[in-house]
Write a protein that binds this ligand. Sequence first.
Ligand SMILES: Nc1ncnc2c1ncn2[C@@H]1O[C@H](COP(=O)(O)OP(=O)(O)OP(=O)(O)O)[C@@H](O)[C@H]1O
Ligand SMILES: [Mg+2]
Length: 302
Amino acid sequence: MSTPATVSAATAETNIMTTRSPRVISISSGKGGVGKTFVSVNLAAHAAAQGHKVLLIDADLGLANVDVMLGLQTSGSIRDLLTEGTSLEELIVPCKQGFDVLPGGSGLHELTNLNVREQQTILDTLRETGRDYDLILIDTAAGIGENVLYFASASETALVVLTPDPTALTDAYALIKVMSQQRGVRRFMVLVNQTDEIDGQITFKRLLSVSDRYLDIYLDYIGYVPQHTDVRKAIQRQKPLIHNGTDLSRHLEKLFDSLLDRPRDSSRSAGLQFFWEHSLAASLGDDDALNTTALQAEGKLQ
Ligand SMILES: Nc1ncnc2c1ncn2[C@@H]1O[C@H](COP(=O)(O)OP(=O)(O)OP(=O)(O)O)[C@@H](O)[C@H]1O
Ligand SMILES: [Mg+2]
């Protein structure tokens, strides 16, 4: 039996591990084109400006576009990590806004379903390099593909982005359902994009009401982002728009501050250690087919 001294030493050790491990947040959505990459890039820029050491991973391995949104020149991608054995240090690109990017690579059809060995290689590499960061953001592809489940469910926190569009709502519910039932994710942050305060809340309440009825999960509403022409302009200029002094920027700053101030999830906060073990176990032990018919039946949103 442990003595009180050894118990407290073990607790202290766990605390040190936890505080040192990076916070890993995945940014996902059911439906495509709802604003995940826009949110990821601006959240990364804001967190870096707040003094965090941030790595943004472009995990949309088929259609990566973080580099495009930031106007980055990249010479390699996650593919080189897998096929050429290129080191992460060689692939990571520092950007002007003070954070680092791991580019995903576009048109890499063969990477849209990473096999277990590839998943293992990525996590093994990230586990080492990830220690240099205190925040890792993972911008995933849309939908409920295997890579999305792998990256999102292995993160400490899953941030789900949706719009008030009914199909975005139904697809967000499907994603949350699959992540909770197949991968054991219990807590989700939710951001409603391209809306206003009232519609943002209505959308969140719809998602909450169907989730409360059918799933054993906790949804945390982060807030809304307005529809604004500056977003498209910023994307065309290939720059984040945060910290440009506009009302939209101030709105995003407040939203991201409140997101970053959320307490860490102690049950999932062992960072990349957790990331590694949890996702590997999930991908090795889980090949349940997704019952889309049941999802649609349950997804009747009022
Ligand atoms: N708040 C907003 N106001 C106006 N337009 C927006 C807003 N958010 C996103 N958009 C528009 O939506 C488009 C898609 O955004 P983004 O690429 O971030 O979505 P995504 O979810 O990452 O897409 P994908 O699923 O293809 O990865 C952007 O090019 C931009 O024009
Ligand atoms: Mg995207």
